[in-house]
Design a protein around this ligand. Structure first.
Ligand code: SF4
Length: 691
C-alpha cells in the first residue's frame, strides 16, 4: 500500500467493506482503492462503496449552518455560534415551558459507536429526557428482541461470515443480499461450491433467489406459518434432535404443542407454498449435518416480527442447529452501524454496553462513568414511530442526527405532518435531506472519510473508520456539535469532541455489560482487522463465535418460545385487494439522502417503480413503463410499472429510497410489533390502478 493511502470502511451498509482511500487532488478528494487483505469483502465492493467519495465533494454538500429566518420564513446561511445558540434556546425554551420529555432526540444506525454513545448520554444527562430513539428501530429490532428472548444476548451473527461456506445448508429468509450487500453473495456461492444447499424464502424471485437450490415464495407476512409448517414436519418425521433439546434448551413441550396445530395443508393455505416444497425444504435442511437460518428485513419488519424470527429460531433449536460449530441463527443487519448503533444508548430502553435502562445495577454503573446520580437518569422512552407520532403534541422540539424519517418512516406523510407541527426542529446532516428542509436550524456535519470512529459490522466485529481527508471549511463533526450544545446548556465537561476520547469512555461504560468493549482499542482494531465483542480486557482475543459453551441465559440453556401464526395487521379486502411489500435496490441506500446525490448511482436507479406480475398488470390494464397508482389507507404513490414474472400475482413491490409522489412509505402501515415496536413495513393492503 502506498504511504498516502488510508485504510477505512464504506459509509453505507452493515457489511462495512474494507477499502483504501488515496488522495487524488490537494487532500480534499480521494479515490477508492481495493483492499484485498480485509477478510470480510476481500477487495470486493458494490457500486455504492466504489462511488462513496462523490458525496464528499458533492456540489450540494452543506458547508454552512442554515437558520430559518423569522422574516422570510426561509433557511438562510448563518454562523456556527448563531446556529448552536438557536438550538440551545429552542431546546431550553421547550423544556422550560413543557418539561424535559417535551424534547426529543432521533438518532441513526449509521452513526459511529462514539456518536451513538455521545447522543444517548447527551439526551439523558444534558436534556434529561427519556424521549430518544433512532431509525435502527425500523431495521433489526425484531431480530434483536427474538435473539434476546431465546439466547439471552443479541449479536446479529453469532458467528463470522467465513463460517457460512462451511455449513451444510443455509435458509435465507427475506434477504436479497445480491442487491443489499453484493460482496456477501460470495459466501453463498462458496457454500454451494462446497456442496452445501441454499434455500431462499422470498415472495419475489430476486437475484439472490435465483442462486438457490430451492426458492419458496410465501405470501408476504406468512413466513411465521412457513417456519411452523417446517417444524411440524421435523416433529412428524422424527427429526428432532432430542439430545440437544434435552441438554441445552428449555420450553420445548410448550412450543411443540403450537407447532402440531400447523398441519402442512393449513400452512399451504396460509402461505401459498405447496406442501411438497415445504417438505423438500425440511429434507434439505435436516439432511445436512450442520445448518444456519439467516433472516433480514422480510420476516423482521412485521407486526409479528419478533415471533416470526422466534419461529425460525425454534426450528434451529429443535434440529440442534444452534450453539454448535457451523450452525445457528443469525440476523443480517442492514445499516452501516446497525449493530453498534443499538448497543450504546441511543435506543429508547437501553444504556451503553447493551444494558437495560430499567436495570438498577446498569443505571448505577453507567451513572458512575458519567458522574451523575443514577436516580436522575430518565427511564425508557417511546419507540421510534411512537416518538415521531407524538411530535407536535407531547414532544414539541426534536434534534435529529443521522436520519431522514420523512422518507424512511412508515406512514411517511403523517410523519412529515408531525415534523412540520413541531415548535422547534434541528437537524445535523451532510446534505439538505427532506427532513433537514423542514428544520429551524440545519447543521452541516462531517462525513465518514473526514473523521475517525468505530462501527460494529453485522458479525459483531468492531472496526475503525480512519480520517483520510480534511473536512471542508465550515463543517463540524457530530461530536463537536454535541460538545458545543452541551456547553451552551450548562454541561461544559463530559462531551469530548475527539472520537478516541469518547471511545475510551464508551469502553468503561460498556465494561461488564453484554456488549463489552473494554478490551478493544483503536490500535488493536487496526492490527487485528477488527475485534469481535465481547472483549472484556486487552489480553482477551475477542469472541468471533458465541454460545458454543452455553447460551447467555441464567442457566446457559436456550429458550423455546411458543409462537402461533396470526395475520398481518392489515389484510387485503375488496377495496384494497393487493399486498404491498417494500425493499431496496442495489444502487440506492436507505432514504437515498447520499446515494441520490451520486450521478452514477442515480443513472442506474433514477426513481421508484412498481413491480407487478403480468397477470395483475393485464387485469388492471397497465403496460410496462406506464404510470401506476398504488393506494393504501394512508395515501397514494405513483410510479412506473415494472412488469415481471419474478413476483407473486397477489403482491406488488416498491423500493423506498425516494421522496415525493413515488414515496413508498406514504403507503406503509405503522402497526407495531408488541415486543420490538417494529412497524409493519413489509405488508399492507393496497389498490393498484393506472394513474
Ligand atoms: Fe458498502 Fe455495503 Fe456495498 Fe460493501 S456492500 S461496498 S459496505 S454498501
Amino acid at each position: 500500500m502506498a504511504r498516502t493511502e488510508t485504510s477505512t470502511h464504506c459509509p453505507y451498509c452493515a457489511l462495512q467493506c474494507g477499502m483504501n482511500l488515496r488522495p487524488v487532488t490537494d487532500g480534499t478528494v480521494v479515490e477508492v482503492v481495493e483492499r484485498t487483505d480485509f477478510p470480510v469483502n476481500r477487495g470486493a465492493l458494490c457500486g455504492k462503496g466504489r462511488t462513496a467519495p462523490a458525496v464528499l465533494s458533492s456540489a450540494v454538500r452543506l458547508t454552512v449552518p442554515l437558520v430559518r429566518s423569522a422574516v422570510s420564513g426561509e433557511l438562510e446561511p448563518a454562523g456556527w455560534d448563531e446556529a448552536l445558540e438557536r438550538i440551545a434556546d429552542g431546546l431550553r425554551g421547550t423544556r422550560a415551558a413543557h418539561g424535559a420529555d417535551a424534547v426529543g432526540v432521533f438518532g441513526g444506525g449509521g452513526l459511529t459507536n462514539e456518536k451513538a454513545y455521545a447522543l444517548g448520554k447527551f439526551a439523558r444527562v444534558v436534556l434529561a429526557t427519556s424521549q430518544i430513539d433512532y431509525n435502527g428501530r425500523f431495521c433489526m429490532s425484531s431480530a434483536a428482541a427474538a435473539h434476546q428472548r431465546a439466547f439471552g444476548l443479541d449479536r446479529g451473527l453469532p458467528f463470522p461470515l467465513e463460517d457460512i461456506p462451511r455449513t451444510g445448508c443455509v435458509i435465507l429468509v427475506g434477504s436479497n443480499l445480491a442487491e443489499t450487500m453484493p460482496p456477501a453473495l460470495r459466501y453463498l456461492t462458496e457454500l454451494r461450491e462446497n456442496g452445501g444447499k441454499l434455500i431462499v424464502i422470498d415472495p419475489r424471485r430476486t437475484r439472490t433467489a435465483e442462486q438457490a437450490d430451492l426458492h419458496l415464495a410465501p405470501r408476504p407476512g406468512t413466513d411465521l406459518a412457513l417456519a411452523l409448517g417446517m417444524l411440524h414436519l421435523v416433529v412428524a418425521d422424527g427429526r428432532v434432535d432430542e439430545e440437544f433439546v434435552a441438554s441445552r434448551t428449555n420450553g420445548w413441550d410448550e412450543a411443540r404443542a403450537g407447532v402440531m396445530a400447523h398441519w402442512p395443508e393449513l400452512v399451504e393455505r396460509i402461505t401459498g407454498v405447496p406442501v411438497p416444497q415445504v417438505r423438500e425444504a425440511v429434507e434439505m435442511f435436516c439432511g445436512a449435518e450442520t445448518g444456519m437460518v439467516l433472516t433480514a428485513r422480510g420476516p423482521e419488519q412485521q407486526s409479528k416480527g419478533t415471533d416470526t424470527v422466534g419461529a425460525w429460531i425454534n426450528l434451529c433449536l429443535a434440529t440442534g442447529r444452534a450453539g454448535r460449530p457451523l450452525s445457528g441463527y443469525g440476523c443480517l443487519t442492514g445499516q452501516g452501524n446497525g449493530q453498534g448503533g443499538r448497543e450504546h444508548g441511543q435506543k429508547a430502553d437501553q444504556l451503553p454496553g447493551y444494558r437495560k435502562l430499567t436495570d438498577p445495577a446498569a443505571r448505577r454503573h453507567v451513572a458512575g462513568v458519567w458522574g451523575v446520580d443514577p436516580d436522575a437518569l430518565p427511564g425508557p422512552g417511546r419507540s421510534a414511530y411512537e416518538l415521531l407520532d407524538a411530535l407536535g403534541s407531547e414532544v414539541k422540539a426534536l434534534l435529529v442526527m443521522g436520519s431522514n424519517p420523512v422518507v424512511s418512516a412508515p406512514r411517511a406523510g403523517h410523519v412529515e405532518e408531525r415534523l412540520r407541527s413541531l415548535d422547534f426542529l434541528a437537524v445535523a446532516d451532510v446534505v439538505l435531506s427532506e427532513t433537514a428542509a423542514l428544520a429551524d436550524v440545519v447543521l452541516p456535519v462531517t462525513q465518514w472519510a473526514e473523521e475517525s470512529g468505530t462501527t460494529t459490522n453485522l458479525e459483531g466485529r468492531v472496526l475503525l473508520r480512519q480520517r483520510a481527508v480534511t473536512a471542508p471549511e465550515g463543517v463540524r463533526s457530530d461530536l463537536e456539535v454535541l460538545n458545543g450544545l452541551a456547553g451552551l446548556l450548562g454541561h461544559g465537561k463530559g462531551f469530548p469532541a475527539e472520537p478516541r476520547e469518547v471511545f475510551d469512555e464508551l469502553r468503561r461504560a460498556s465494561a461488564g455489560g453484554p456488549a463489552d468493549y473494554a478490551g478493544i482499542t483503536y490500535e488493536r482494531i487496526v492490527a487485528e482487522d477488527g475485534v469481535f465483542w465481547p472483549c472484556p480486557d486487552e489480553g482477551h482475543s475477542g469472541t468471533p463465535r458465541l454460545f458454543l459453551d452455553g447460551f447467555a441465559t441464567d442457566d446457559g440453556r436456550a429458550r423455546f418460545v411458543p409462537v402461533t401464526h396470526r395475520p398481518a395487521a392489515e389484510e387485503t379486502d375488496a377495496e384494497y385487494p393487493v399486498v404491498l411489500t417494500t425493499g431496496r435496490v442495489v444502487s440506492q441506500y436507505q432514504s437515498g439522502a447520499q446515494t441520490r446525490r451520486v450521478a452514477e448511482l442515480n443513472a442506474a436507479a433514477p426513481g421508484p417503480f412498481v413491480e407487478l406480475h403480468p397477470r395483475l398488470a393485464e387485469r388492471i390494464g397497465v403496460a410496462d413503463g406506464e404510470a401506476v397508482a398504488v393506494t393504501s389507507r394512508r395515501g397514494r404513490a405513483v410510479a412506473p410499472a415494472r412488469i415481471t414474472v419474478a413476483i407473486r400475482q397477489d403482491t406488488v413491490f416498491m423500493p423506498f429510497h425516494w421522496a415525493g409522489g413515488g414515496r413508498a412509505n406514504t403507503l406503509t402501515n405503522p402497526a407495531l410489533d408488541p415486543i420490538s415496536r417494529m412497524p409493519e413495513f413489509k405488508v399492507c393492503a393496497v389498490r393498484v390502478e393506472p394513474a
